[in-house]
Write a protein that binds this ligand. Sequence first.
Ligand code: ZN
Length: 466
Amino acid sequence: MLTPDTMEKFAAIVGAKHALTEEADVAPHLLEPRGKFSGSSPLVLQPGSTAEVSAILKLANETGTAIVPQGGNTGLVGGQMPHGEIVLSLSRMNRVRHLDRADNCITLEAGVTLHNAQEAAQSKDLIFPLWIASQGTCQVGGNLATNAGGINVLAYGNTRDLCLGLEVVLASGDIWNGLTSLRKDNTGYDLKHLFIGCEGTLGVITAASMKLLPAPLDRATVFASVASPREALELLSLVRRMSGNAVVAFEVMPRSGVDMTIKHAGCRDPLQAPSDWYVLFELAGFDAEGDMSGKATDILEVAFEEGLVSDATIAASTQAAQDLWRIREAMSEVQRLEGGSIKHDISVPVSKVPAFLDEAIALAKDILPGCRPVPFGHIGDGNIHFNISQPPDADRDAFLARWEEVSARVHDTVRTYQGSISAEHGIGTLKRDELAATKQPVEMNMMRGIKQLLDPNGILNPGKVL
Ligand code: ZN
């Protein structure tokens, strides 16, 4: 129990102004944008420095007070949601500490928004190549704590692959300064990887040194009709081969989802005749005089000849490219306007995506008659957002009440393809009870052992992941 005396001690660390208790101030931290998860908290702390985070955790550990770290509050699995605990908001720690062009490295505090990190890189003609729909709001600390993915993983890896070093405050209050910019360092265990993807259960990430890359100077964005995900994957192979591996994004979308973006997001149908499936892909090159659009034209010619593509358009301007990407980016939000949607974030080996989709779509239609599957996403990584919209005339709440039952069946199918039930969103509370069925007992034991070692009193984001 949090006594008034302990509350005061916590507030004193950050100053009264940054210790929020008024309902209106606390409320934004208790509901995530999609509205699936809500919570409660008596106190939101907004530390302004690593030293303050350290003092908070030290006091929390001594008093057995549970803490829920929170970044931009855009997580989709409930990992950032308090259930009576104190919220530790990293938003005020939003400085770019350092950018080094020779090291191609940027040191960011946890509360820097992804958008601001991208801008900082762009100001030096470099890129920070993490690209996710919530980038205006989400924060680098949260991206790391959840190992966020997104549309450029195909070329640049996920957040884990972009991280060189971390600064972490442990449950004890000890500060680990692991902010290295070294590209090679084989001195024992690589501890940063414990904290990346830990969803705040092993420590609080307060800063990170992240890789930067050269900014492409020549891009082509292509939207094409394909008969099915099988043709989409064959097209990916062709595009990789013919472009000299210049593919930085390769997404698949069904007609059902494109229809929703036309209806609700003001998107324009880019092609004449409707198709069951589409791909949206992007090529990036580094030759300012290059002709990536010409290359895309050559590739599409071969794709037409081989019967992989029935229609296609290449964006003729930056605006046209943005309009094409808008279709993909709006696909999540428009589903809300079509009633309830049961969502999954799964991955299977890339080669297995078409077979998985055949089976999972048939399953969804079988157990939810009249439903509208909207599976879309990062087919080049084997990661599909397997979402199922309710039948148009169905009752929303009754449909959503079947979430767990439907997910269990979809995830069973995922497991038969040796896939993952959480490709890029994490475990949080949404998938916590399914984790043991997904992991081997030996893996669960290692994870519990690490949790016990780093957070023996269980003060860090209790009830999440494990
Ligand atoms: Zn995604």
